[in-house]
Design a protein around this ligand. Sequence first.
Ligand code: DX5
Ligand code: ZN
Length: 223
Amino acid sequence: MAVRINPSILAADFANFERELGRIGTADSVHVDIMDNHFVPNLTFGMAMTERLQELSTIPLDLHLMIENPDRWAPGYAELGVHSVTFHAEATADPVALARRLRSIGARAGIALKPGTALAPVLEILHEFDQILVMTVEPGFGGQKFDASTMPKLAELRRAVSNSGLDLWLQVDGGITEETIIMAAESGADTFVAGSSVFRADDPAAQIEHLRAAALAHVHSNQ
Ligand code: DX5
Ligand code: ZN
């Protein structure tokens, strides 16, 4: 039973990414939040920075695209050779075509759902994806409070995935701490994005192991 801890560099020092990557080398992947100031009211960076992060990182890149028109832009990110590319269900015109394109390029394909976005349409197309991201805050900013009202959706998704027999990773993102990770693990997540709780820790490597231990102790019994 595997769990994955993916620190989000949204909480890192943006002027020192090389050093910050060095602090999280024991994590499973580095979660990279791409924001365009349109899909969300915040702006991070784009292709050039992602390409450089891909060169510098010793662990895989897990991209979270919070951008409009991912149908147009996401394949270019996949072509950088990143491990996974997750786009938002609310932003895409054709999730199946985009997922197939990402997979054909060689990236894991992921779809993300905002807290208020219904799960039902995604349940019809689960087999097109390698991972599903259930947002546990409104996307756009780090340091927000975990929204426990998203847990029933995660649990329903876990049931559907278990019944399907598909090998899908279920990711949560937003407000993950040593406390909230327990609820997320019990509700069926196996991949945990944590920004503030890792990068604000004195010892990020120790915090990654604390989060990993807490998740492993509470991971859903159906996984
Ligand atoms: C929010 C981002 C998250 C963010 C999480 O829109 O998608 O990845 O970095 O940060 P924390 O863990 O601080 O809530
Ligand atoms: Zn994210």
